[in-house]
Unconditional design. Structure first.
Ligand code: 13P
Length: 252
């Protein structure tokens, strides 16, 4: 069995104080040993306090974004080194909100993936098509173009330090999740593509589904053969709700 990764992307929610309360509550729910990886992605302003609470626990934390340079005159940006210094182990790269609202193109996403790997952290590479692209029959072409641009310069030795999240843009924050069979088919094709690129190591890269995952549909996604976890937005803002979703990842 490959790795399973369940992650909470809080987006631009929660003050440092709210983040502390959340992770303290989550810790009360989570057993001392987990059968899957559990990650929270707070805002950068809450990383320090989240690290204070979670250090030594089975829950990991990561940054929602990081710049591709290690330091320099980049007002308002944070570096991989800076988030690594706070114990973050993962960085989201290429989230659709970064691509569509902040104009991140494939070259930027690729530079970020490289810098996250160079900093010793794990990029969670997000890919996914818009509704228009899906309706036009272009979903797979869009996803492979995003994968290819982000991973073409990455050697196979990095394959065991990658996570891919398939997040169809039309399912994010809409309450309209993908059909599980569509998520399964896309995850399966992504895995085949990764295997072609990286060899057998590629088959082991966790492929998450994200987009309106809720407690009432988590089982339908997390028990799919090629879906190795979930990247959860809205429903991850409450620790109990997030933990209920995560429990669907326990192998049956
Ligand atoms: P929602 O779960 O709110 O649809 O968000 C998904 C997402 O974008 C996670 O990164």
């Amino acid at each position: 069995m490959g790795r399973t990764v369940v992650a909470a992307n809080w987006k631009m929610h929660k003050t440092a104080g709210e983040a502390r309360t959340y992770v303290e509550k989550l810790l009360e729910l989570v057993p001392s040993r987990l059968e899957f990886e559990l990650i929270v992605f707070p805002s950068a302003t809450a990383l320090y306090v989240v690290a204070q609470v979670l250090r030594g626990s089975p829950i990991a934390w990561g940054a929602q974004n990081a710049h591709w340079e290690t330091q320099g005159a980049y007002t308002g940006e944070i570096s991989v080194n800076q988030v690594a210094d706070l114990g973050a182990a993962y960085v989201l790269c290429g989230h659709s909100e970064r691509r569509h609202l902040f104009g991140e193109d494939d070259a930027t996403v690729a530079a970020k993936v490289r810098s996250v790997l160079a900093g010793g952290l794990v990029p969670v590479l997000c890919v996914g098509e818009t509704l228009e692209q899906r309706r036009g029959g272009d979903a797979w072409d869009v996803v492979t173009a995003q994968l290819s641009a982000a991973l073409k310069d990455i050697g196979p030795d990095a394959a065991d330090r990658l996570v891919v999240a398939y997040e169809p843009v039309w399912a994010i924050g809409t309450g309209v999740a993908a059909q599980p069979e569509d998520a399964q088919s896309m995850a399966h094709d992504i895995r085949s593509w990764l295997t072609e690129l990286f060899g057998s190591e590629g088959a082991e890269i966790p492929v998450q589904y994200g987009g309106s995952v809720k407690p009432n549909n988590a089982d339908a996604f997390l028990q799919l053969p090629d879906v190795d976890g979930a990247l959860v937005g809205g429903a991850s803002l409450d620790p109990k709700e997030f933990w209920t979703i995560a429990c669907s990842a326990v192998p049956r």
